[in-house]
Ligand binder design. Structure first.
Ligand code: CA
Length: 366
């Protein structure tokens, strides 16, 4: 490659080429890259915005500052729901969000973050890395000039905050609830008015009765939002988000403009974050739940079994309807179902049996 072409391809940053005066080999200092990352998270949001910043730091360390990434929270450079387009169009090089926010681009993308009654964190990781999950995700995002990387899971989320008890599915009728993704579509079928209120507005809307109920993430994040001050009942389990995955996304051209070793560093740092993220949720949710129940007297309630059964039935209809909206959706839904079936019985005799065995003491429903 001609030197001029090389410099042109390297594109960004100060590429320096030094020639040995002693007639030794050429020493070529690697090109440096300065990127921007935009996220869908509010500034300082624990674990998730932290995760974006940690990824940037790790890439900088591992690349010995050859790739630096400046991270911007939602609204600092791009609004939360504008990050997909910003990265797709190359306005910025990378982003962090969750694939179900982009259902409007392709309904199939919802499967890459959360499927109601679908796979948990372990199952999702298995589908991405040992099944066809990541391959299908890459196929879907390619049409938008994007490369996705799984950013880690929240684990099973909570079912949400309510001011009236949910005793039957009839109780969802007429309710105004903030709930995203496929789960929201399930409740819409039961007559719930579903909203996707941005994080920063949920508390006020719940307090003023603009919405009657909300889900958010899990105890750690819900405690910080202060929902216990404006809602009585905290329901579980998060049937609608059993192992929600966050995502990193990279502009395809920007990613491919990196030398191979930097691409490998980006991939390795993303994989490291995938483990880090789940560890944060797993280590901090229990303590936050205890605080909600013992200090703030939150009433912790489980959705009745027949409610969950009905939600599951409706969910099956929703999945088929949503999948049919795009050829990729059909492919993804079929693959997901097949994978869930494949690993299903193993979970029942491993994790489930084990949890049932050790589930004594700790916090009980009030
Ligand atoms: Ca949620």
């Amino acid at each position: 490659m001609e030197r001029r072409d090389f410099l042109k391809k390297a594109g960004i940053g100060a590429a320096v080429i030094a020639t040995s005066t002693l007639g030794g080999p050429y020493v070529i200092a690697s090109p440096k890259f300065q990127w921007k990352m935009v996220t869908t998270w509010p500034p300082k949001m624990p674990v998730l915005q932290d995760g974006a910043e940690r990824l940037a730091k790790r890439i900088e360390e591992l690349s010995e500052e050859r790739l630096k990434i400046q991270v911007y929270a939602a609204g600092e450079l791009v609004p939360a729901m504008g990050i997909f387009d910003a990265v797709s169009q190359g306005t910025v090089e990378c982003g962090m969000g969750a694939a179900y926010y982009w259902a409007g681009k392709n309904p199939a993308f919802q499967w890459f973050s959360a499927v109601p009654f679908g796979l948990n964190a372990q199952g999702m990781a298995a589908w991405f890395h040992a099944g066809n999950g990541l391959k299908l995700w890459e196929e879907g995002y390619k049409a938008f000039n994007l490369i996705p990387r799984p950013a880690g899971s929240t684990g099973v989320q909570m079912g949400g905050w309510f001011n009236k008890k949910i005793n039957s599915v009839e109780d969802f009728k007429g309710l105004k609830m903030r709930i995203p993704g496929l789960g929201g579509k399930v409740l819409a079928k039961l007559g719930t008015t579903v909203t996707l209120t941005p994080g920063g507005e949920i508390f006020t809307n719940l307090e003023r009765g603009v919405i009657d109920a909300t889900e958010w993430v899990g105890p750690l994040h819900d405690l910080r939002m202060g929902f216990h001050k404006v809602a009585k009942y905290y329901y579980y389990p998060g049937w609608h988000e059993p192992g929600t995955y966050a995502e990193f996304m990279f502009n395809k051209k920007a990613y491919e403009s990196l030398p191979k070793d930097l691409q490998a560093i980006v991939d390795a740092a993303c994989a490291e974050m995938e483990g880090w993220l789940l560890a944060q949720f797993e280590s901090q949710n229990g303590q936050a739940l205890e605080e909600l129940v013992t200090k703030h007297n939150v009433q912790l309630l489980k959705f009745p079994d027949d409610v969950l059964k009905k939600l599951k039935e409706i969910n099956q209809e929703v999945l088929e309807e949503e999948a049919k909206k795009d050829p990729l959706g059909i492919k993804v839904n079929e693959d997901f179902k097949k994978f869930q079936k494949l690993i299903g019985s193993w979970g029942a005799i491993s994790e489930m049996a084990y949890y049932n065995q050790i589930a004594v003491g700790g916090i009980q429903s009030k």
